[in-house]
Design a protein around this ligand. Structure first.
Ligand code: COA
Ligand code: NAP
Length: 272
C-alpha cells in the first residue's frame, strides 16, 4: 500500500466467500477498482462465472470457483487454488449467508440448521481453512454479520443465533491470531438497498418504506457504504483495530427489534 493513498490495494489478494452477488460482490468490486486481485467463491458456478467476468471486464485480475461453505473440502480446494494463483491472502471477506422469515414453530430442525450451517459453520470453515494462506503478519479478516447478532428478533431465530456466533468467532479469532499480526473484525450492515437480503426482510414497497423510516438517518444503506468500511478496515488506517463489531447501519441497531410480521405475511402471500 502506498503511504499517500491508504485505499491503494495494488497487487493485494482479496478472497471473498459468498462473493458472487450483493454486498460481498460490491466489496470485491471496490477492492478490484483499488488495484486488488480478487478471488471469490459461492455455490452457483453461473453466478461465480458472471461475477468474475464482470470484474475482468474492468481490467481486474479475478478468479472464482464454485464452492459451498458448508463443505470444508470444497472450501479448502478453492482457497488453495486462489493462493496458487494470486499468492498469500491479504484480505479475507467472509459473507456467505442465507435467510428467510419464519417463526421458530414454523421452522423444521433442518431449516434452523441450514442457516447455522451456512452463516456460522461456513464462517468457521472459511476462517480456519484460510489461516494457512493468510499473509502473516498483515492479513485482515472481515466477517459480514448482521444486527440480529445482538438484537433478539422474532422470525429471525436462526439468523440471530448464527450471526451472534459469527461475532463471537470474530472476537476469539482476534485474540488467537492477533499475535501473528492477523486482524479480525465484523462489519454489521444495516438494510442495504437492492440486495437479496433486504428483499427477504422487506418484500413490498410498504415494508421497505417502514424499514427506511426506522433508520435514524432515514435512508437505506448503499453497497458502497459497506465496501468503504471494508477498505478502511483493510487499510493502514485500520491497523490497530481488531475484535471490533462495527455497525454500518445509519443507527438502525439502536432502535431495537424490528417487527417482521407484515413482511412475513407478504412473503407467505407471494410465492415462496
Ligand atoms: N420458512 C421455513 N422453512 C424454510 C423456508 C421458509 N421460508 N425456506 C427454507 N426453509 C427450510 C426448508 O423447508 C428446508 O427444511 P426441510 O428440509 O425440513 O424441509 C430447509 O429450510 C433448507 O432449505 P433448502 O431449500 O433445502 O436449503 P438450501 O441449502 O438449498 O438453501 C436457503 C438455503 C434456504 C437459506 C436459501 O434461501 C438460500 O439459498 N439462500 C441464499 C440467498 C440468501 O438468503 N440471501 C440473503 C442473505 S442475508
Ligand atoms: P446475497 O446477494 O444473497 O449474498 C449472499 C452470497 O452468499 C451470494 O453470493 C450467495 O451465492 C452466497 N452463498 C449463499 N449460501 C452459500 C453457501 N452455502 N456457500 C457459499 N456461498 C453461499 O445477499 P446480501 O444481502 O448481499 O448479503 C450479503 C451479506 O450481508 C450476508 O452475510 C448477509 O447476512 C449480510 N447482511 C445483509 C444485509 C442486507 O440488507 N442485505 C443486512 C445485514 C447483513 P450463491 O447463491 O451462488 O451461493
Amino acid at each position: 500500500m502506498s503511504n499517500n493513498n491508504p485505499f491503494d490495494f495494488q497487487g493485494r489478494h482479496v478472497f471473498v466467500a459468498g462473493g458472487s452477488s450483493g454486498i460481498n460482490f460490491g466489496i470485491a468490486q471496490a477492492f478490484a477498482e483499488s488495484g486488488a486481485r480478487i478471488s471469490l467463491i459461492s455455490r452457483s458456478a453461473d453466478k461465480v462465472d458472471a461475477a468474475v467476468a464482470t470484474l475482468q471486464a474492468t481490467g481486474a485480475d479475478a478468479f472464482g470457483q464454485a464452492a459451498d461453505v458448508r463443505q470444508p473440502e470444497a472450501v479448502a480446494a478453492a482457497l488453495a487454488a486462489a493462493a496458487g494463483r494470486f499468492g498469500p491472502i491479504d484480505v479475507l471477506v467472509s459473507g456467505a449467508a442465507g435467510n428467510f422469515l419464519a417463526r421458530v414453530l414454523d421452522m423444521s430442525p433442518n431449516a434452523f440448521k441450514t442457516v447455522v450451517d451456512i452463516d456460522l459453520m461456513g464462517s468457521f470453515h472459511v476462517a480456519r481453512l484460510a489461516h494457512e494462506h493468510l499473509r502473516q503478519p498483515g492479513a485482515c479478516v472481515i466477517q459480514i454479520s448482521a444486527s440480529q447478532a445482538f438484537t433478539p428478533t422474532p422470525y429471525q431465530a436462526h439468523v440471530c443465533a448464527a450471526k451472534a456466533g459469527v461475532d463471537m468467532l470474530t472476537q476469539v479469532l482476534a485474540m488467537e491470531w492477533g499475535p501473528q499480526g492477523i486482524r479480525v473484525n465484523s462489519i454489521v450492515p444495516g438494510p442495504i438497498a437492492d440486495t437479496e437480503g433486504l428483499k427477504r426482510l422487506a418484500p413490498t414497497a410498504d415494508t421497505l418504506v417502514q424499514m427506511a423510516q426506522r433508520v435514524p438517518l432515514r435512508r437505506l444503506g448503499k453497497v458502497s457504504d459497506i465496501a468503504l468500511m471494508a477498505q478502511w478496515l483493510a487499510s493502514d488506517w485500520g491497523s490497530f483495530i481488531t475484535g471490533a463489531i462495527i455497525p454500518v447501519d445509519g443507527g438502525l441497531s439502536l432502535s431495537g427489534p424490528r417487527d417482521f410480521s407484515a413482511a412475513a405475511e407478504a412473503t407467505a402471500r407471494g410465492a415462496r
